[in-house]
Design a protein around this ligand. Structure first.
Ligand SMILES: *Cc1c(COP(=O)(O)O)cnc(C)c1O
Length: 374
């Protein structure tokens, strides 16, 4: 029995997903060569300003151009990811939700998270009536393997985040591997790689062939600068993708989204993305360096992503910085309510101008006599 069949909600195993018109007959990117009278669509488009041809038609369940473009992008680092291993979703957030809905029975099964971590795992679980087991990261922000071992058989889905949000650090590949070994046969192990473009060599996507219960989450929202598009990808073995495909909406990716996303994954788009990653890394390191020099800053967390987390010397300083910036229209994120992140704030790496404005505002507010430090 495959791992997906073993761990999925029982009713899904034999369930036949809704046979939408486009699932029964996909266009494979070619709408012209057939006469489509099977989905109650209009025969022509209205006169809207959209980028897409055929907006009067339902999109394919998983648009071929998009899936192939993402496969080619993955292929840069791994040669064993095929179209069958990819599910395009409305952002990685939908991937999280699908995993919980596919593998967890409400009021019975649990997910496991390692806080401080991305908030949506617990929110999606709660939303679905699923409890969350917490195995906090160690004080070095690495996985607590002994703590994880104690929870084997207690959770159906384990969420790891690497690089982590809001901490910014990569998990060690060795620890991820150890976690996969611990939960083999008892849970899906999800590695959320929303920020992996900032250290692509650390991806575990190439491990799919060795671990049937591994799932990798990706998104176009961060390094690809397309958060408004709502497009993410779930990478997994084919039986897992098949199971998730029974739960996802029948037409999850709109035609304009598929078109823009495919463009972002073509050569020119990838070049832009790589440049953005380089520039962001430079600005991030400059900001981290600057923060580390500030007297009121107690700790700057090492970041492999497009943000910097730092700890202020006190609750009062944290609130002062956060509120002063907010009053002047600069919004950063308060992470101080997260486990072990007392007095911590997180700054996303914006443009050079935005970041120098931020530094200026902080200096003006905190040390009016030291403006030359900017
Ligand atoms: C931003 C983020 C997501 C969600 O990405 P979308 O594709 O925009 O839904 C998922 N996981 C982590 C860790 C994130 O930071």
């Amino acid at each position: 029995m495959t791992i997906a069949n073993k761990l999925a909600r029982e009713e899904l195993v034999n369930m036949v997903p809704y046979q939408s018109a486009r699932r029964l007959h996909s266009s494979n990117g070619d709408m012209q060569s057939k006469t489509w009278l099977n989905a109650n669509e209009a025969s022509g488009s209205g006169t809207y300003q959209v980028n897409s041809n055929n907006i009067n038609r339902y999109p394919d369940f998983q648009p071929e151009n998009l899936i192939n473009a993402y496969r080619d992008y993955c292929g840069v680092s791994t040669d064993n990811i095929r179209a069958e291993n990819i599910l395009a979703t409305r952002g990685a957030d939908e991937g999280i939700e699908l995993l919980i809905r596919t593998f967890c029975r409400a009021y019975q099964d649990k997910v496991l998270i390692c806080p401080p971590t991305y908030g949506m795992y617990a929110i999606s679980a709660e939303n679905h009536g699923v409890d969350t087991i917490k195995v906090p990261l160690t004080d070095k922000l690495s996985l607590d393997l002994a703590g994880l071992k104690q929870q084997v058989d207690q959770a159906k889905v384990v969420f790891l985040c690497s690089p982590g949000n809001p901490t910014g650090n990569l998990l060690s590949q060795q620890d991820i591997q150890a976690t996969l070994e611990l939960f083999a046969d008892s849970a899906m192990v999800v590695v959320d790689e929303a920020y992996i473009e900032f250290s692509p060599e650390q991806s575990v996507a190439s491990w799919l062939k060795d671990y049937p219960h591994l799932v990798v989450l990706r998104t176009l929202s961060k390094a690809f600068a397309l958060a408004g598009l709502r497009c993410g990808f779930t990478l997994a073995n084919e039986d897992v993708i098949t199971m998730l495909s029974k739960v996802i909406a029948p037409y999850p990716i709109s035609a304009p989204v598929a078109e823009i996303a495919s463009e972002a994954l073509a050569q020119n788009g990838l070049r832009q993305m790589n440049n953005r990653v380089q520039e962001t890394g430079t600005l991030r390191d400059q900001l981290a360096h600057w923060l580390a020099q500030q007297k009121w800053c107690e700790q700057v967390f090492a970041s492999d992503a497009n943000f910097v987390l730092f700890r202020c010397e006190s609750e009062a300083t944290k609130s002062f910085i956060f509120n002063t910036l907010a009053q002047q229209g600069i919004l950063i994120r308060d992470q101080s309510k997260q486990l072990s992140l007392a007095n911590c704030l997180r700054i996303s790496i914006g443009s050079a101008n935005e970041l120098s404005l931020l530094k200026q505002k902080i200096i003006n507010a905190i040390t009016p006599d030291k403006r030359e430090l900017v």
